[in-house]
Design a protein around this ligand. Structure first.
Ligand SMILES: [Zn+2]
Length: 205
């Protein structure tokens, strides 16, 4: 075992957080020490932490390294000393790389989801007014129909994402991405050249 493995096996993220004075609530959440956090948004799991506010993530060593501005090795040494663990000589030091790129990707995806939803919603709201039939006899404009069909659902999704707690948000974003719905929305909310698209569709029909 490397010193990192020894430490991680011996001390949970939650234990370390408590030991260093973070106020852990019963859901295992704390106010994030890495951003200006007024409501607890950093989740402590057994072997890693994750902040839904700023995306900070890592294992117990990363937590301590960031809390005290230490290198991974210094953090491991500190944990060993503070918890009375005898670290083995670090002959085979394996650096622990936190999976930050993944979390950064999630934050980007979340912002993108929210942006395409609101863009599309604004477009639909505009269409619903602009292309509404002026008389009962008038044939319905495709854009008006699309607006009527989609607006409630898109509004619901945008609201849901706005008010979802962080884990729900995470699930929505994940599923929007995996099902390809995000790509669809990107197209729908994008700068479709309205006249061209409908002309193309008319030609294809
Ligand atoms: Zn944070």
């Amino acid at each position: 075992m490397t010193i990192y493995e020894t430490i991680k096996a011996a001390i949970s993220v939650k234990q370390a957080a408590k030991h260093y004075g973070l106020n852990v609530n019963r859901n295992g959440m704390v106010c994030c020490p890495f951003h200006n956090d007024r409501h607890p948004s950093l989740k402590l799991n057994e072997d890693y932490f994750y902040c839904f506010g700023c995306g900070a993530k890592g294992d117990v060593i990363d937590l301590v390294a960031r809390l005290f501005d230490l290198s991974s090795y210094e953090a491991a040494q500190k944990l060993a000393a503070d918890f009375g663990i005898d670290p083995k000589p670090p002959t085979a030091v394996a650096m622990v790389k936190p999976k930050r790129p993944y979390i950064r990707q999630f934050r980007e995806d979340e912002m993108l989801c929210f942006r395409v939803l609101t863009d599309y919603l604004h477009l639909l709201e505009d269409w619903k007014v602009r292309y509404a039939p002026k008389t009962p006899e008038e044939a319905l404009d495709d854009r008006f129909v699309e607006a009527c069909q989609m607006i409630d659902y898109i509004e619901y999704l945008a609201d849901y994402l706005t008010f979802a707690d962080e884990e729900e948000g995470f699930e929505v974003v994940k599923s929007m991405k995996e099902t390809g719905y995000l790509e669809d929305l990107k197209y729908l909310s994008g700068s479709r050249d309205e006249e061209d698209v409908y002309a193309e569709e008319a030609k294809a029909a």
